[in-house]
Design a binder for this molecule. Structure first.
Ligand SMILES: [Fe+2]
Ligand SMILES: [Fe+2]
Length: 245
C-alpha cells in the first residue's frame, strides 16, 4: 500500500497546481472574490454527508477495514450545516423563491458538482473496504489542498468583516487535518499488503478520484470567473486570462 500512498501524495502535488488554486492564491484579488465559486459547490458539499452516511458506511462492518471506514464516516457526515452558515455569512443568502433556488441548483453551470456524488458513489459501491479507505484518503487529500487555501482567505474575511466562517475557516480545516493526517487509519493503511492486482485497482481508483475532483475544480473556477464578470469587477479580466492559461 505504500506505493499507493506515494501515488496519492504525487497526485495531491499536481492537484495543488490546478488553475482554481492559482486563482485562490492570487493576491491581486480581494479575498471574498477568490471564494466566488462558493454557491457552485452546494450540490456536492450538501451531498457529502449522504455519501458518508449512506454510501461509505456499512453496518455492521464486514471486517476491521470497514470498521475504519465507518468510524471515518462519523467524522465527515455532519459538516454541511457549516457550509450553510458560511453561505449566509458571505452574503449569498439573497431573496429568492424555491423555484429559482432549484433552477440554480439544477442548472448546467453546476453539472459537474451534481455528478461528483454519483461518480464517487459508483466507485464506492463496487469497492472493497480497503479500496474504500484508499478512496477516502484521496478525497481527504483533495480537501486538504482546498481547505488550506480557504482557511487563509477566511482569516482575512473574518478580520475585515467581523464574521465567523466555520466551514471555510480554521474550525473545519483543523478538524479535517485532525482526522486525515497522522491518524490511525493512515498508519493502518500504509501497512496493508497488496498483491499486484489489488495494487493496480487501488492505483486506478486514486487516478479516478483525482480526475473527478480536477473536473470539479474547473467547474468551480468557471463559475467564479462568470460570477466576477457578472459583478463587472475589473479583476474579471485578469481572471479570464488566468483560466485560459
Ligand atoms: Fe469536512
Ligand atoms: Fe474529512
Amino acid at each position: 500500500m505504500r506505493s499507493v500512498m506515494k501515488t496519492i501524495f504525487e497526485a495531491k502535488r499536481r492537484y495543488a497546481q490546478l488553475p482554481l488554486f492559482d486563482f485562490m492564491r492570487d493576491d491581486s484579488l480581494p479575498a471574498a472574490d477568490r471564494l466566488a465559486f462558493y454557491p457552485c459547490m452546494a450540490p456536492f458539499i450538501m451531498a457529502f454527508g449522504d455519501l458518508n452516511k449512506y454510501v461509505l458506511r456499512d453496518e455492521p462492518a464486514s471486517d476491521r477495514f470497514q470498521e475504519l471506514v465507518n468510524a471515518h464516516t462519523y467524522e465527515d457526515d455532519h459538516h454541511w450545516p457549516w457550509y450553510l452558515e458560511d453561505f449566509t455569512a458571505l452574503g449569498y443568502d439573497r431573496p429568492t423563491t424555491p423555484t429559482q433556488a432549484l433552477h440554480f441548483l439544477f442548472s448546467d453551470q453546476l453539472q459537474v458538482n451534481r455528478m461528483l456524488m454519483t461518480q464517487l458513489a459508483h466507485l464506492i459501491y463496487g469497492a472493497t473496504p480497503v479500496e474504500r479507505l484508499v478512496i477516502i484518503e484521496a478525497i481527504e487529500e483533495t480537501g486538504n489542498v482546498l481547505f488550506d487555501l480557504t482557511a487563509k482567505l477566511a482569516r482575512v474575511i473574518e478580520a475585515e468583516q467581523g464574521v465567523t466562517l466555520r466551514y471555510l475557516g480554521d474550525f473545519h480545516f483543523n478538524l479535517e487535518t485532525g482526522h486525515a493526517m497522522g491518524s490511525d487509519e493512515h498508519r493502518v493503511l500504509a501497512e496493508i499488503p497488496l498483491d499486484d492486482t489489488q495494487r493496480a485497482r487501488c492505483l486506478s481508483l486514486v487516478q479516478r478520484v483525482f480526475g473527478y475532483f480536477e473536473a470539479w475544480t474547473n467547474e468551480l473556477l468557471s463559475f467564479a470567473v462568470a460570477e466576477l464578470d457578472r459583478r463587472s469587477l475589473q479583476p474579471g479580466i485578469e481572471v479570464r486570462e488566468l483560466q485560459r492559461a
